[in-house]
Design a protein around this ligand. Structure first.
Ligand code: HEC
Length: 156
């Protein structure tokens, strides 16, 4: 069964992306590549984002995360932070959890797109972070897991 999860990210500001976009207009290609790398870290999507995935399948993939994370409101942090209200939140913003400097300073907002990058290669989007996870290679797996995460961590 495929479930479609509609996610509204209207409250996010364009602070960072607008500054970067303005400055990457007519520069030489090497600079553009660099700018895109930076942007990939900091995409802030104001539009409605759609996460499409199989939530049931995602729940099985979540077994890879469960040893270190909890999902529901008021559940304690464990090795990693509790992930309640994850989508749309700023990285490193959960009270009472001691994050790495890398994540605290990353300015990542957890859009669907950024979660996808994080789950594929956590060490690329936030180098030096302390999540010990080598990455999930298949796009389909990441889609299903993100759909599950959104479903489970959103206020209902
Ligand atoms: C071995 C433990 C471990 C596993 C397994 C793990 N994580 Fe993490 N996770 C962490 C730690 C530790 C952090 C905090 C990283 C930091 O501060 O640099 C983190 C951070 C995160 C964050 C950022 C949260 C925030 O508040 O900004 C997300 C999202 C996340 N993990 C999702 C997942 C998902 C989804 C999986 C399963 C694929 C997973 N993690 C597997 C330990 C783990």
């Amino acid at each position: 069964m495929i479930d479609t999860v509609m996610i509204r990210l209207q409250n996010l500001s364009l602070l960072i992306i607008s500054t970067l976009l303005i400055s990457c207009g007519d520069q030489p290609s090497s600079d553009n590549e660099k700018a895109e790398g930076v942007l990939a870290n900091k995409i802030i999507d104001q539009k409605t984002t759609t996460a499409v995935g199989d939530i049931d399948r995602g729940s099985k993939l979540y077994l890879q995360c469960r040893a270190c994370h909890s999902l529901k409101e008021n559940e304690p942090h464990t090795i990693g932070p509790n992930l309640f209200n994850l989508v749309g939140s700023k990285a490193g913003s959960r009270d009472g959890y001691v994050y790495s400097e890398a994540l605290l300073n990353s300015e990542i907002v957890w859009t669907i797109e950024n979660l996808n990058l994080w789950l594929e290669k956590p060490y690329v989007i936030a180098p030096g972070n302390k999540m010990v996870f080598s990455g999930m290679r298949k796009q389909e797996d990441r889609d299903d897991l993100i759909a599950f995460l959104y479903d489970q961590t959103s206020e209902k």
